[in-house]
Design a binder for this molecule. Structure first.
Ligand SMILES: NC(=O)c1ccc[n+]([C@@H]2O[C@H](COP(=O)([O-])OP(=O)(O)OC[C@H]3O[C@@H](n4cnc5c(N)ncnc54)[C@H](O)[C@@H]3O)[C@@H](O)[C@H]2O)c1
Ligand SMILES: [Zn+2]
Ligand SMILES: [Zn+2]
Length: 393
C-alpha cells in the first residue's frame, strides 16, 4: 500500500510499504478514506527528529471503512464507517475507566516514562504505524474505533479523531466561569475549533495569532482577534483594557513548543538537530527547552486567580518557568493529550444535529495522499491558506 513515511527533518515521502494485517484477535483493518495532517505532525517534521526512524508511517487522524476484523471483534463489522482516536487506549484499564485514555495503563510506554501509545508518533509513544496511508491496523477493535453513521461527508466526523476532543478538552480544562472570558493563543485548527466550542457554550472569546488569514477566519465568526505582529509590545495591556482591567478569566495555549517569538530556544532546537542522534536524544532528555513564548504570554495575560489550559504540545525537560508570577497570581494550570474517547459522547450530538461547530467547512484543503510532501511544507509555512489539510488516500 501507499503511505506517508518520515525520512528526516522536513522530509516526508509517499512510498510503498507492506500492507498491515490482523495480528491480534481483536484487531481491525481500516481502509482509510480521510486522514488529517496535524500541528503535532509538524513537531515530527521539525524538532522531534531524534525520536523517529526512517520509514516511520505518520498520521493520527484517520477515518474510513472497516475492511477486515479479527475473530474476537464483535462491535464493528466489515463495511462499517469508523473514526479512529489518535491515542491508542484499551478501554478497560483503571485509567481508561477514569476517562484518562491518554494515560492508558495497557499501552503506556513505561520504558520511556510516557503515556498511552499514539498512532504515527515517535518511539516515545510506541512507534505505531500511522494513518496517513491506504490501510491502518487498529488494535482494541471492540472499544477503540468510533462508529459513525452514513450520510454526512467524512469531514463531519473526521475531526473526532483529534481536533474536536482536543479543543473540547482545552475549553473544559480552561474552566471558564459563567459569563466569563476565554482568550485563545494560536488560531491553528486546535485554537480555532476551541474558539467555536467556547462561543457555542456562551463564553466571550478573544484570540491571538500572527497569520492574517487565520485571524480573519476567527474574526469572521465573532472572535475578538489580536494580531501579535501589531501588539508585540502592548498585547497584555490592550487585552487587560478589554477585560475590565483584570485580564481574561481563562487562557488556552493552542500553540505549543514551536511558538513564534522565542529566538534563543529556536536556535537551541535547531542547533541540537545537527548533533549526532545519540547526543541529541540525551540532550533532549536532560536539557531541552521549548519555545515558550506562548506559555509566557498565557501566564502574563490570565487574570489573577484564573486558569491556564495547555493544549499545545511541549517536550522540554528543563524549561524555565516564572513560578513566582504563577504562585503570586494564584494561577491554575491543566494540560495534557486529549482523552479522545472521554469527550465523544458529549460532542457526537452536535455532529448529528445541525453541525453548529461547522465541521463540514472546517478543512482548507483536500488532497490525494501523493501530495502529502507539499502539503506538509505548505502547512508548516502557513502558505496558500493552508489551515487544515485532509489527505484522501
Ligand atoms: N493536547 C493534544 O492532545 C493535542 C492534540 C492535537 C494538537 N495538539 C497541539 O496543539 C498545537 C496546535 O496545533 P494546530 O494543529 O492548531 O497547529 P498549528 O501549528 O497550525 O497552530 C499553531 C498556531 O499558533 C500560532 N502561533 C505561533 N506562535 C504564537 C504565539 N507566540 N502567540 C500566538 N500564536 C502563535 C501560529 O501562527 C499557528 O497559527 C500544537 O502544539 C499541537 O501539537 C495537541
Ligand atoms: Zn493531531
Ligand atoms: Zn486502558
Amino acid at each position: 500500500m501507499k503511505a506517508v513515511a518520515w525520512h528526516g527533518k522536513r522530509d516526508v515521502r509517499v512510498e510503498e510499504v507492506p500492507d498491515p494485517g490482523i495480528r491480534k484477535p481483536d484487531d481491525v483493518i481500516l481502509r482509510v478514506t480521510s486522514s488529517g495532517v496535524c500541528g503535532s505532525d509538524l513537531h515530527l517534521y521539525e524538532v522531534m527528529t531524534p525520536y523517529l526512524n526512517e520509514g516511520n508511517v505518520l498520521g493520527h487522524e484517520p477515518m474510513g471503512i472497516v475492511e477486515e476484523v479479527g475473530p474476537e471483534v464483535s462491535s464493528v463489522a466489515p463495511g462499517d464507517r469508523v473514526v479512529v482516536p489518535f491515542n491508542i487506549s484499551c478501554g478497560s484499564c483503571w485509567m481508561c475507566s477514569q476517562g484518562l485514555h491518554s494515560q492508558c495503563e495497557t499501552t503506556q510506554n513505561r520504558e520511556h516514562g510516557t503515556g498511552a501509545s499514539l498512532f504515527g508518533y515517535t518511539t516515545l509513544y510506541g512507534e505505531v504505524p500511522g494513518g496517513q496511508a491506504e490501510y491502518l491496523r487498529v488494535p482494541y477493535g471492540n472499544t477503540l474505533p468510533i462508529k459513525v453513521p452514513e450520510g454526512p461527508p467524512d469531514d463531519r466526523f473526521l475531526f473526532l479523531s483529534d481536533v474536536l476532543p482536543t479543543a473540547w478538552q482545552g475549553v473544559e480544562y480552561a474552566d471558564v466561569p459563567d459569563g466569563g472570558t476565554l482568550l485563545v493563543l494560536g488560531l491553528g485548527p486546535i485554537g480555532e475549533m476551541a474558539t467555536r466550542i467556547a462561543q457555542h457554550r456562551g463564553h466571550r472569546v478573544l484570540a491571538v495569532d500572527l497569520v492574517s488569514d487565520r485571524l480573519e477566519r476567527a474574526r469572521s465568526h465573532g472572535v475578538e482577534v489580536y494580531d501579535l505582529r501589531e501588539h508585540e509590545k502592548d498585547l497584555v495591556e490592550v487585552v487587560r483594557q478589554a477585560t475590565d482591567g483584570r485580564g481574561p478569566d481563562s487562557v488556552l495555549d493552542a500553540v505549543g513548543m514551536e511558538a513564534h517569538g522565542a529566538p534563543i530556544a529556536k536556535a537551541m532546537q535547531q542547533a541540537a538537530g545537527y548533533l549526532p542522534e545519540a547526543i541529541q536524544r540525551k540532550l533532549m532528555e536532560t536539557a531541552s527547552v521549548d519555545r515558550l513564548h506562548a506559555l509566557h504570554l498565557a501566564i502574563e495575560l490570565v487574570r489573577r486567580g484564573g486558569t491556564i489550559s495547555i493544549s499545545g504540545v511541549y517536550g522540554g525537560m528543563a524549561d524555565p518557568l516564572p513560578l513566582r508570577v504563577l504562585f503570586d497570581k494564584q494561577v491554575q494550570i491543566r494540560m495534557g493529550q486529549a482523552n479522545v474517547l472521554r469527550w465523544v459522547p458529549e460532542i457526537m450530538p452536535l455532529l448529528l444535529d445541525g453541525d453548529p461547530l461547522r465541521t463540514d467547512s472546517f478543512a482548507s484543503h483536500h488532497l490525494p495522499l501523493s501530495e502529502a510532501p507539499s502539503a506538509y511544507e505548505q502547512f508548516q509555512k502557513k502558505e496558500d491558506g493552508s489551515f487544515k489539510v485532509v489527505l484522501q488516500p
